[in-house]
Write a protein that binds this ligand. Structure first.
Ligand SMILES: [Zn+2]
Length: 156
């Protein structure tokens, strides 16, 4: 069983309208992830074993993003999780991580802070960000993380 990426389960991704997957953003754009409200510096954990496939310091408001492939590509459970709006990244590109490893901390930004979490099925390849691919402006294999976040227990 995968785990929730924060030590304490929060439900902002359901109860706060703007934190939900698909919430309207700028005209023609929808939110491509779930926002998990948390204070700056809150540790972020890998939801499962995996391999780091993206580390970038060019995310919203000078935060960073880490993407990890979880599961085997031949496995039904395969997915890629993008952990965004973080800083203090503790993993590097190509690193193997274990479930529950601390990979980063929730980053500073104006207003509320949160882990912005995106999921991809792996049915496509290519860059996650696709500026002309409305409404999410993301790759077509983007998934709604909500049912997964609901099911994942916190790290013990
Ligand atoms: Zn978000």
């Amino acid at each position: 069983m995968r785990i929730f990426p924060l030590k304490i389960k929060v439900d902002s991704y359901k109860t706060n309208w703007s934190c939900r997957f698909g919430a309207p953003r700028a005209p023609g754009r929808k939110h491509g992830g779930c926002d998990l409200a948390a204070a700056v510096g809150t540790p972020v954990y890998a939801v499962d074993d995996g391999e780091v496939v993206e580390v970038s310091s060019k995310f919203k408001y000078d935060t960073s993003v880490v993407s990890i492939e979880h599961g085997d590509i031949y496995d039904d459970d395969y997915c890629i999780v993008r952990y965004g709006e973080v800083d203090t990244v503790m993993v590097s590109l190509g690193a193997k991580v274990k479930k529950g490893d601390m990979i980063a901390k929730v980053g500073k930004q104006p207003g509320g802070t949160q882990l912005h979490l995106e999921m991809y099925s792996g049915a496509e390849i290519g860059p996650f960000l696709q500026e002309n691919n409305a409404p999410y402006k993301r790759r077509n294999d983007i998934m709604d993380p909500t049912p997964f976040l609901d099911a994942w227990p916190p790290k013990t």
